[in-house]
Design a protein around this ligand. Sequence first.
Ligand SMILES: [Fe+2]
Ligand SMILES: [Fe+2]
Ligand SMILES: [Fe+2]
Length: 417
Amino acid sequence: MSIDLIKIVKGISECVDLVNSIFSKHHSMVACIALNIAEEMNLSLGEKRDILIASLLHDVSAMSIKERLKYLKFEADFEVVDTYGHAEIGYRLFRDFEPFLNPALFIKYHHTYYKDIEKDKIPIGAHILHLADRVAISVRRDDNILSQSQDIRKKVYAQKNIMFNPDVVEAFLDASKKDSFWFDTVYMPLDALIEENSLDKGIDMNLEKLYSLALIFHIIIDFRSRFTAFHSCGVAGVAVELAKDLGFLEEKIKLIEISGYLHDLGKIAIPVEILEKPDKLTEEEFNLVKSHAYYTYRVLENIKGLETIKIWASFHHEKLDGSGYPFGLKEEDLSLGSRIMAISDIFTALTEDRPYRRGLSIYDALEYIKTLVGDKKLDKDVFSSLERNIDLIVEKLYYIKKSGIERFNNFYSDTEV
Ligand SMILES: [Fe+2]
Ligand SMILES: [Fe+2]
Ligand SMILES: [Fe+2]
């Protein structure tokens, strides 16, 4: 199985920036600036790849819009704000996945001032990311870029040895003499830069690695709110039991588990303020929430090796009679994997607490789903499997919930987000 890790990372990154138009393509812009500086410094392919990954993921762990807004000022008081903010969270999130080891370190220090650190303690990639990030937030999107470039160069120069590493400042000043540097900054030819530098080559992704990556993504998706802290794990757990019962073989069971972890991937484009809203959602807010399954599809689209996962994961709100979303698919388009995912999702969601309601009892959840099966919206065989295995599934969900809450609390311990 060969999967393009860079494509997945890029998809996630673009999805996160949909959360608010202020952040539109912020991660891609930082990546282009950082890669151009790395090029000027003659860094190796491996270093450039690490910088690319770090640039594309650096604010993914800033879970709320409020958290991201804090960093829109060039010289925000990071020392106070960010001792344990999203930079630390990002580090904790990504460090355990081997290809993200260096990027995680860059992310940890991407708001740390040069003057505050011991020389050489922080990898050069972190300094590049920091400077690229500050340049990106300085760009006014509605003005001509070349008319702003001198001001930005001066602003960066003034922070040499204070905010920024002097070597990185020099490389930036050299690289940004060229107009093309600034055109790249706003045009963001990221795919071309990736291809020119072969940054998408040489990372081996097998099913095991994909599984580890999916677990990281589940944290990004679910840990944005304590109400959903174990949702994807629950869906994955239920789906595995249903798939086993319905005769799936080992590899497909792994794929359906991964689909469970990823099914709500598109929720990273939805403001956490909506996910945590204590009242029922307005129609407008609900419309926004509905887009998540569409984004899950778009992020997973075109990634070779993820075709099955894409279909199983992103059709979880489709209904057999065509009344679901976002594609309004019908019975003939919905494979058994997608049907399992739909029932796993709804069963798990109904039994969970939400900010505006308590979770339903198992009996009530089953009755509710039975009505949908009766209305020919959900699959009757998958539902029979759920009923047959209900004791096992409920027990499994109990443990998933318990360990999910523990992991959620540990993850945020000592942090102020
Ligand atoms: Fe940041
Ligand atoms: Fe969903
Ligand atoms: Fe879900």
